[in-house]
Design a protein around this ligand. Structure first.
Ligand code: HMG
Length: 395
């Protein structure tokens, strides 16, 4: 049975920060952010968006009634969840009106979480061929104002429907993976902000790619010539290139190098203007390739490199399906990204410092300013109040 990605949706909040303006405010040469790091814009989540709402908005327009009936598993990959106990998947399950006969849970391993979810989803569909699985990848990346990681923040979510006979991409079974206990990036439960050893994290990312790529080649007997494109986890758009280039220059023909580098550029168009969305970054890169490249030939193979600090890495592959374009919402996605509002450094800093009450008091948030259908409307008695403006239902 062939199993893979049947649908893919994306949501980024309404607001963004221009990286050049941030650089000037920090006394940094703007080219460092736009060329050295490779980021143009950074998505900023207003207080009315959290990991639950971002994911629910990513999935909202994706699912039809048949999907809703068939989805019996919701897996939510995040490293910036809103609750230490209750999973974000349960909130989204309700907000989307999914069938109650379902398993829903959250999964964590830094930016690798959604990949773990997809592999688990494949297993579930293999055992239950009529089932569909909703895999959500949603995060708000925060390193802190004036921190070295500040230029690599972002916010957004990707939603994927995994099913048998998928219309976008069949996921192949050969994959290569690696776990190593390292402290390159982590966030203890008492901290809102991630801790990171930036240079070490870059080195480890590169080493993980080299290792899983070699392992994959040995397992499969395939090489660059067998791939149309490779998509990477994109903490910032220069990162994937740093990992790809040395291996490509060593092993790829001139033709392979040209194809891989051209397609890499297509695969980072969205990431460049959204920033790091952690668990969703690799899948945002895949979406960018699918929507920004004119056409991927039926049967062409795409490689996917997933990296989650701490660390777990995996290289796996998919085969493009005929007519995959009919499953995409390119115009809607590009329109949304281009109609976001640019905010000033002052507004960004003020949003960054906003906090929800932690003493059980009540707060009502102004959701009118947020164009999203699903918003966080407030908090009361330590419970988040969500609203779907389309139904005015809340939970
Ligand atoms: P930094 O110290 O700000 O920057 O850290 P830098 O000094 O290394 O410079 C960056 C690049 O800009 C360099 O290019 C400079 O030469 C260049 P490179 O040598 O790398 O090719 N540069 C310029 N270019 C043009 N014009 C100029 C100019 N000046 C300098 N004027 C760092 C950068 C990414 C380390 C930092 O932002 C950081 O710590 N970010 C967070 C960590 C991170 O993103 N790590 C990536 C790998 S780990 C990962 O992907 C997992 C993660 O997503 C988390 C998870 O799994 O959950 C993070």
């Amino acid at each position: 049975m062939e199993i893979g990605i049947d649908k893919i949706g994306f949501y980024a909040p309404d607001l963004y920060m221009d990286m050049r303006e941030l650089a000037v405010a920090r006394g940094i040469e703007p080219d460092k952010f736009t060329i050295g790091i490779g980021q143009e814009k950074m998505a900023i989540a207003p207080i009315t968006q959290d990991t639950v709402t971002l994911a629910a908005n990513a999935a909202l327009n994706l699912l039809d009634e048949k999907d809703k009936e068939a989805i019996d598993l919701v897996i939510f990959g995040t490293e910036t969840g809103i609750d230490q106990s209750k999973s974000a998947a349960v909130y989204v399950h309700e907000l989307l009106g999914l069938d109650p006969v379902a398993r829903s849970f959250e999964i964590k391993q830094a930016c690798y979480g959604a990949t773990a979810g997809i592999q688990m989803a494949k297993g579930h569909v293999a055992l239950n061929p009529d089932s569909k699985v909703l895999v959500l990848a949603s995060d708000i990346a925060k390193y802190g104002l004036n921190s070295p990681g500040e230029s690599t923040q972002g916010a957004g979510a990707v939603a994927l429907v995994i099913s048998a006979n998928p219309k976008i991409m069949v996921l192949e079974n050969n994959s290569a993976y690696l776990t190593s206990d390292i402290m390159d990036f982590w966030r203890p439960t008492y901290s809102d902000m991630a801790f990171v050893d930036g240079k070490f994290s870059n080195e480890q990312y590169i080493l993980f790619f080299e290792t899983v790529w070699k392992q994959y080649k040995a397992k499969s007997g395939l090489g660059f010539k067998d791939f149309e494109a490779l998509c990477f986890h994109v903490p910032y758009t220069k990162m994937g290139l740093k990992a790809l280039k040395p291996v490509l220059e060593e092993e790829g023909t001139t033709e392979d190098q040209k194809r891989m580098l051209e397609n890499y550029q297509k695969s980072i168009q969205y990431n460049k203007i959204v920033g790091n969305i952690y668990t969703g970054s690799l899948y945002l890169s895949l979406l960018s390739l699918l929507e920004q490249k004119e056409e991927l030939k039926e049967g062409s193979r795409i490689g996917l490199f997933s990296y989650g600090s701490g660390a777990v890495g995996e290289f796996f592959t998919g085969i493009m399906q005929p007519g995959y374009q009919t499953q995409l919402n390119t115009i809607q996605n590009t329109d949304r990204l281009s109609s976001r509002r640019k905010i000033s450094v002052e507004e960004y800093e003020s949003i960054f410092k906003q906090e929800l009450p932690v003493d059980g008091s009540t707060i009502e948030l102004d959701i009118e300013k947020d164009s999203a259908a699903i918003c966080l409307a407030g908090m009361s008695e330590n419970k988040r109040q969500y609203i779907n403006k389309r139904t005015y239902g809340s939970n």
